[in-house]
Design a protein around this ligand. Structure first.
Ligand code: GAR
Length: 205
């Protein structure tokens, strides 16, 4: 295996998906290939971005029965080695995490363990940081386990909160200064691990 085949799960605007595709185009994802995007609802901007970036896209509505089984089937069909949650707003079950054999990583827009877990997603995370009055926030990329936002941290970067920030202004700053850099860098680190593990197990056979 020369590259790890990556599936990206999205629920919205897809700016983190865009950051992954831009990194790929700049040659900054040498151990990964973006093989599939899975959108959990129709009509979202991320679907157009996948098309523009020449990545296959499946729309599997999260609200419909059998969502996780359908996602697992798509991952198998596309021979996916690792999954990146890039603004995916659902919570994957323990059964799903156990059923997929490769790593699953997620980007979260705060410095975990602050402002994370069930109910903390998107603008709500930034509003919670502003309401608390913290002066520094950031973003975290971590492995996904059965605890929401609870898996081992891969990369993390701090971002200042400035006087007068709104949740929208802060979200944009965290994306620009942290998320769009961290997610491609973490995806490359994990993809390189997947490729190395496969090479080691092939050498044993
Ligand atoms: C991003 O800020 C991402 O970190 C966050 O949703 C936004 C999606 O934006 N994810 C979470 O809150 C997960 N708990 P995008 O669709 O433009 O990448």
């Amino acid at each position: 295996m020369l590259t790890a085949r990556i599936a990206v799960l999205v629920s919205g605007g897809g700016t983190n998906l865009q950051a992954l595709m831009d990194a790929r185009d700049r040659g900054e994802l040498p151990h990964g290939s973006l093989a599939l995007v899975i959108a959990d609802k129709p009509g979202i901007r991320a679907i157009e971005r996948a098309r523009e970036g020449d990545v296959a896209c499946a729309v599997i509505p999260r609200k419909e029965p059998g969502f996780e089984e359908k996602v697992l089937a798509a991952l198998r069909n596309y021979k996916i080695d690792m999954v990146v949650l890039a603004g995916f707003l659902g919570i994957l079950s323990r059964e799903f995490i156990q059923a997929f054999p490769g790593p699953i990583i997620n980007i979260h827009p705060s410095l975990i363990p602050a402002f994370c877990g069930k109910g903390f997603y998107g603008l709500k995370v930034h509003q919670a940081a502003l309401d608390y009055g913290v002066k520094v926030t950031g973003a975290t990329v971590h492995y996904v386990n059965e605890v929401p936002d609870g898996g081992k941290i891969i990369l993390q970067r701090a971002v200042d909160i400035l006087p007068g920030d709104t949740a929208e202004v802060l979200q944009r700053r965290v994306m620009e200064q942290a998320e769009w850099k961290l997610l491609p860098a973490a995806a490359e680190l994990v993809a390189a691990d997947v490729v190395a593990a496969e090479a080691a197990s092939a050498a044993k056979e």
